[in-house]
Every structure is written in structure tokens, then in C-alpha cells.
Design a protein around this ligand. Structure first.
Ligand SMILES: NC(=O)c1ccc[n+]([C@@H]2O[C@H](COP(=O)([O-])OP(=O)(O)OC[C@H]3O[C@@H](n4cnc5c(N)ncnc54)[C@H](O)[C@@H]3O)[C@@H](O)[C@H]2O)c1
Length: 310
């Protein structure tokens, strides 16, 4: 196992990033967090991590990176809201393309050994291709967010060839679990959990038959840890391979809270893909990863966490 003593987690105050920070601290790695708190919370950051409030697009970022000199970077800082990317594509590209490229370029120059980039599985493919999508499925993003993530992946491949450091791209399915904010790429479980735990009516967009591949955040963290410890470079899809529709999510969650809520449908959201799921056989084979949390158990845990927040 490589001996990585110092890690940088960008976006470490966010939903997924903060869980990665916790896992690294448990492994006794020295952890720095760079986050501008655009959507993240200082209270999410493990007190044993060194927190730097800064944008990855800041002109100070290269000098800060040179001082930290991490062995490994987990890059999660992003404009992660697909709808915001549609409203303001240049702003999305500024963080998601330029921010990522700058980080990877400096990382290569200062001798970072591994760069693990969190990309998207859900937003890289369209309904023209049938799920589940594997790493061999040609990406065809239809939103500025998906286009920017794909561009960042391509730049990372370039930096890998230029500097020779190991790069791993983890394309995540729809992640859910504790600390998920109500915005971002895949908030349906957190939106429903928040509303249900407050007794507010949940509205299902459209007919509720859109499918997604729901993966629990602790399974994503284990994929990130394996991406760090295994001597790999490349792209990996991280999902369960199972398509679950929004009606099913609603019904299962409603059952968990005692079946108190009526099923109410509202207008459909424009621009969303109908179906999505990822084929993760490569991650299983090469990283030894497999999702451990069953959807039922993950939903119970997530609702319980939101109920405590009430
Ligand atoms: N949640 C999902 O289902 C999902 C699925 C696929 C990919 N992803 C990716 O995972 C990563 C983390 O997403 P998340 O769901 O935890 O969202 P999140 O919004 O909780 O986390 C993103 C973090 O990045 C920070 N950030 C945003 N812009 C920044 C900037 N310019 N400089 C520094 N920090 C900045 C935010 O404050 C936040 O803490 C993102 O890259 C996202 O695209 C998420």
C-alpha cells in the first residue's frame, strides 16, 4: 500500500468530501481541506483536519498548494447543481473546468503522487443509450454540468500523460446519505427525508417514473479509499447497477415513516434524463469494490439522520 502521509480534500466541507475527510483522519492521514463554503458547511469538517476557506479558482490557490505539498488529492470541490449549470454555464465551467485544470496542473508540477477526481456518472450519458452505462459507453453529456465534468476528465488525462502522476476518475451514480444538502446533483432522498421528518408534503416531479442508481455515501467513501490504496490509474463507475424510480423511493421512505404521507405528483422537471444506472464491474474487478449498503437500510439511516436535525 502506498504511504500517503498528507492528503488534500477539495470540497471537504461538502456532503461527500466531509465523509472522505473523516475516513482519512481515521487512517491517521494528515488532511487539509480547501472549500469556499459555497454549499458546504464548516461544521461538516472534521476538527482534526486543517481547514482553508478558499476557492479553487483563487489566484492564491497555487501557492497554498505548494505549501501543503500533498501526496494525494481528492478533488470534489465543484459547482454540483445541474440546474445552476443550465442557468449559468460560464460560472459552472469556471469552477468545474478551469478550477480542476489549475489544480491538476499545479499538482503535476509539485510532485503529487495521485489525483482522485470525483466525476459524474448520471450527467455524462443521455437517454439515447440504454443503461447501465459502462466505462466503454461513449459519454454524451446534455447539460453544461456534464460537459464540464467530461472536459475536466479529459484535461486530467492530459496532465497524467504530461506529468506521469497517477490519476483516478470516479464517476459516481446518485449518492445519498447523511449531510447531503438540499441542492446538488441528486437530492431526492435528502429532499424527501427533510420534508418527511418535518411532516411536510412531498411532491414527486412528473409521473415519478424517472429511474436513478442510488449509492450510499459510505460505499462511495470505500471506493475513494480503494482508489487511493490500489496502484491504479483510470476511470471507474461507482454505482449499484440497479435502476430505482422516484415513486419506489417515495413509497419505501413513506413506509419507513409509518405510511403517513399521500402520494402527490407535480409538474415534471425539464431536461432530466429518464433513466440512469452505472455498470460498476470494472471497479469490482480492479478495485475490489462492491456496494455494501442495501437501499432499504440506507434510507432508514438517512431518514434517522434528518429526523435528528429537526
Ligand atoms: N451527490 C451526488 O450524487 C454526486 C454524484 C456524482 C458526482 N458528484 C460530485 O461529487 C462532488 C461532491 O458533491 P456533493 O454532492 O458532496 O456536493 P456538495 O455541494 O455538498 O460539495 C461540493 C463542495 O465544494 C465546495 N465548493 C464549490 N465550489 C467551490 C470552489 N470554487 N472552491 C472551493 N470549494 C468549492 C462547496 O462549498 C461544497 O462544500 C462534486 O464534484 C459533484 O460534482 C456528486
Amino acid at each position: 500500500m502506498p504511504n500517503y502521509k498528507t492528503a488534500l480534500v477539495t470540497g471537504g466541507a461538502g456532503f461527500i468530501g466531509s465523509h472522505i475527510v473523516d475516513a482519512l483522519i481515521k487512517r491517521r492521514v494528515k488532511v487539509y481541506v480547501i472549500d469556499n463554503l459555497a454549499t458546504g458547511l464548516k461544521s461538516n469538517v472534521n476538527p482534526n483536519a486543517r481547514f482553508i476557506q478558499m476557492s479553487i479558482t483563487s489566484p492564491q490557490m497555487p501557492s497554498v498548494l505548494r505549501k501543503i505539498k500533498p501526496d494525494v488529492i481528492f478533488h470534489l470541490a465543484a459547482q454540483a447543481d445541474l440546474r445552476c449549470s443550465v442557468q449559468d454555464p460560464p460560472n459552472d465551467a469556471k469552477t468545474n473546468i478551469l478550477g480542476t485544470l489549475t489544480l491538476a496542473h499545479i499538482a503535476g508540477k509539485i510532485g503529487v503522487k495521485k489525483f482522485i477526481f470525483t466525476s459524474t456518472g448520471g450527467a455524462l450519458f443521455s437517454d439515447e443509450v440504454r443503461p447501465p452505462y459502462s466505462e466503454a459507453t461513449p459519454p454524451c453529456p446534455i447539460s453544461p454540468y456534464g460537459i464540464a465534468k467530461r472536459a475536466a476528465e479529459t484535461y486530467l488525462e492530459y496532465e497524467h500523460k504530461l506529468h506521469g502522476f497517477k490519476t483516478v476518475v470516479l464517476r459516481l451514480a446518485n449518492v445519498y446519505g447523511p449531510r447531503q444538502a438540499l441542492r446538488g446533483e441528486a437530492g431526492v432522498v435528502s429532499i424527501f427525508s427533510r420534508k418527511m421528518s418535518r411532516g411536510e408534503q412531498v411532491i414527486i416531479n412528473g409521473d415519478g417514473k424517472n429511474t436513478r442508481d442510488y449509492v450510499h455515501v459510505s460505499d462511495v467513501v470505500s471506493a475513494q479509499m480503494l482508489a487511493m490504496t490500489k496502484p491504479v490509474t483510470g476511470v471507474y463507475h461507482i454505482g449499484t447497477g440497479r435502476e430505482v424510480d422516484v415513486n419506489t423511493i417515495f413509497r419505501r421512505m413513506n413506509k419507513i415513516i409509518g405510511g403517513k404521507m399521500k402520494e402527490v405528483h407535480g409538474p415534471a422537471c425539464q431536461g432530466e434524463v429518464r433513466r440512469s444506472a452505472l455498470d460498476s464491474r470494472r471497479a469490482r474487478r480492479e478495485l475490489g469494490w462492491e456496494p455494501k449498503i442495501k437501499l432499504e437500510d440506507g434510507l432508514v439511516k438517512t431518514i434517522a439522520w434528518f429526523q435528528k436535525l429537526k
